[in-house]
Design a protein around this ligand. Structure first.
Ligand code: B12
Length: 208
């Protein structure tokens, strides 16, 4: 049994096996971040690669996503337990037109674990919804996730709207195609390539 077996089970869409193996690895003391990065996330990269090469199609991506999500559920209590002192309020969602939510969910879990109050708006979230919720909840940061190059521009729309309305809200962006350069270009306050980095960035942005 190893983290590689978890990776293989995700690529083979074997939900029950993923759940059993993740449990075993946790019980045997393997670091949760290793299970995540080398097992679950690594497998999704391979799934994306196989899709690019025409070996996998959308149904295969979906089945692998289900297997990955099942593994993530096992890790959820470990990722979202932690500090109790409230750090700030975060509104998170995947932008309009985009249905990818695995990375967003991971960021959400780790933010909760770090003591932030997280309001997760789900997927296909438009600017109006982000802003209305942020105002209603008096949020500190809006976190936007995008996995499609075609949906990334919606991040800029939201950042601009915040500026135009003079709101004192910070913005963070992320997702596989979102680079630091892009984040800087659209005027976002924070960016990270992964969930632990997202937590660090949120801490920095909310530090008094
Ligand atoms: C699973 C998957 C799907 C699943 C999604 C299921 C779900 N519930 O999420 C399904 C089957 C639905 C799907 C559909 C499509 N997909 Co898809 N999908 C993927 C795949 C294989 C994995 C994505 C994933 O979950 N990765 C794992 C997570 C953990 O990584 P992550 O999201 O990047 O998140 C991490 C970081 O980016 C960061 N992060 C994420 N969000 C945020 C937010 C903030 C604020 C911060 C700071 C950080 C941060 O932290 C996370 C954790 O470390 C990728 C390939 C890939 N390698 O990305 C393709 C991929 C994204 N999909 C792709 C495509 C083309 C599509 C479709 C258009 C296919 C089609 N013809 O219908 C549709 C689009 C549907 C839509 N409107 O959204 C392309 C996108 C190409 C492009 N350049 O735009 C990819 C890259 C595949 C490929 N190689 O071509 N997909």
């Amino acid at each position: 049994m190893s983290v590689q077996d978890i990776y293989d089970a995700v690529v083979e869409f074997d939900i029950d096996k993923v759940v059993a193996l993740v449990k075993e690895e946790v019980e045997s003391g393997t670091n949760v971040s290793v299970i995540l990065s080398d097992g679950l996330i690594g497998a999704m990269d391979e799934v994306g690669q196989r899709y690019t090469e025409g070996e996998f199609f959308v149904p295969e991506m979906l089945m692998a996503a289900k297997a990955m999500k099942a593994g993530l559920e096992v890790l959820k209590p470990l990722l979202s337990q932690g500090e109790n002192e409230k750090k700030g309020t975060i509104i998170i969602g995947t932008v309009k037109g985009d249905l990818h939510d695995i990375g967003k969910n991971l960021v959400s879990m780790m933010m909760e674990g770090a003591g932030f109050e997280v309001i997760d708006l789900g997927v296909d979230v438009d600017t109006e919804k982000f802003l209305a919720t942020a105002k209603e909840k008096n949020a500190d940061i809006i976190c936007m996730s995008a996995l499609l190059t075609t949906t990334m521009p919606f991040m800029e729309v939201t950042v601009k709207a915040i500026r135009e309305q003079g709101l004192s809200l910070k913005t963070m962006v992320g997702g596989a195609p979102v680079s630091e350069d892009f984040a800087t270009k659209i005027g976002a306050d924070g960016w990270s390539p992964d969930a632990p980095g997202a937590v660090e960035t949120a801490r920095r942005l909310t530090a008094k």
